[in-house]
Design a protein around this ligand. Structure first.
Ligand SMILES: [Zn+2]
Length: 375
């Protein structure tokens, strides 16, 4: 499934095969929370260089429900995206969005943030939903402790996460080939999620336990939850040496362009984050020169392109002054152009990262990038 071609320091350049095509690594997954990248057509995501979309199990389970998606022939057909799709397990949203939740050994009970309905999510149910969506890469159900959780809590949580990972894998193996309700004809991959809070030894323990169970790839979860950047990089360093070199490594929910560059340098292959799409809607734009807050007065009379190095529609056909005007006037086109640009920026960054590894100059690339990128 995963093949790595070349390294530059610890940075890795490879390919990841899925039933819906091969992905060049390292890569960034654009977020399509409810089966749509907010404001963009699937064909636009593809044209910008998007290789894979991430959709959220929690949101799709609540609305429209996985049975409707399955009836449509799976999420690929439903949303008209023929590339790979990764789905999360729903766990993170249960812990961050649901109104009331009760953690039990066999799962988590929560109330829908939409209508208050009580739902019980088990490790098995999380996989069943993802199989009905027809996901290419599925994630195990885990519990993500808060950044400031004490060690006793993190130890207990880690035990639960490992037990759930094992149960997810057992259920996945049992049902991937012949369950009558599954959508994809090609069995997809299942990834484990390393937890362990901000403790080196617990991160190592978690990684080793997951590797013993055996997954198609390994994610590092529970980071970028409010801890300082240095702690996050530290935890990546504490985890990566305990992961197999022949499986993809996925840093969940990260991050800023700087975080991505730092993590690639530490051997990470996969990323997802709401930043490019969410920040676009707030007029917070990523450019090769750094962050542009488009509503700022200084752009009122600025008739230059947003990012001269970007080939997207927002940058090649419009000026900063016009983008600012659209944002101030709350035009729908503002959301569209800002999103197009931010997604283009992230996907182009990944393209540059891959080229730098191919040319074995990732270290130099990182330095140049960080020198130019002003926050
Ligand atoms: Zn652009």
């Amino acid at each position: 499934m995963f093949k790595y071609i070349q390294t530059s320091g610890k940075a890795r350049r490879g390919t990841l095969k899925t039933a819906h095509g091969e992905i060049q690594t390292p890569f960034f997954m654009t977020i399509g929370t409810a089966g749509a990248v907010k404001g963009l057509l699937p064909s636009e995501v593809r044209a910008l260089g998007g290789q894979i979309i991430l959709s959220n199990t929690y949101h799709l389970h609540l609305r429209p429900g996985e049975d409707i998606v399955a009836k449509a022939g799976g999420l690929h057909k439903f949303m008209n995206w023929d590339g790979p799709i990764l789905t999360d397990s729903g766990g993170y949203q249960v812990f961050s969005l649901a109104k009331i939740r009760k953690l039990k050994d066999d799962g988590v009970e929560f109330q829908s943030h939409l209508n208050g309905e009580t739902i019980f999510l088990t490790p098995e149910k999380a996989i069943e939903i993802q199989m009905k969506l027809g996901s290419d890469i599925m994630m195990v159900l885990d519990e993500c402790p808060a950044a400031d959780a004490d060690r006793t809590y993190v130890e207990k949580s880690l035990k639960l996460t490992t037990d759930w990972a094992k149960r997810c894998q057992t259920f996945f193996i049992k049902n991937r080939r012949d369950a009558p309700w599954r959508v994809s004809t090609n069995p997809s991959g299942l990834f484990g999620i390393v937890q362990g809070g901000m403790h080196h030894d617990l991160r190592k323990q978690s990684a080793q336990q997951l590797v013993d169970i055996g997954f198609d790839g390994y994610a590092i979860g529970g980071l970028s939850v409010g801890e300082p950047n240095a702690t996050m990089y530290n935890m990546i360093d504490a985890t990566v040496p305990h992961l197999p070199t022949d499986k993809p490594r996925y840093l969940m929910g990260v991050g800023t362009p700087q975080d991505i560059v730092e993590a690639v340098e530490r051997g990470i292959d996969m990323f997802d984050c709401v930043l490019p799409t969410r920040n676009a809607r707030h007029g917070h734009l990523f450019t090769s020169q750094g962050i542009v807050r488009i509503k700022n007065e200084q752009y009122k009379n600025d008739f230059t392109p947003l990012d001269p190095e970007c080939q997207c529609l927002a940058c090649t056909q419009f000026t900063k002054a016009y983008l600012r005007h659209l944002f101030m006037a709350k035009e729908i086109l503002s959301l569209r152009l800002n999103t197009l640009h931010n997604v283009a920026f992230y996907l182009n960054l990944m393209k540059q990262i891959r080229a730098a590894i191919e040319n074995d100059r990732f270290g130099e690339f990182k330095k140049e990038f960080l020198d130019n990128f002003k926050v």
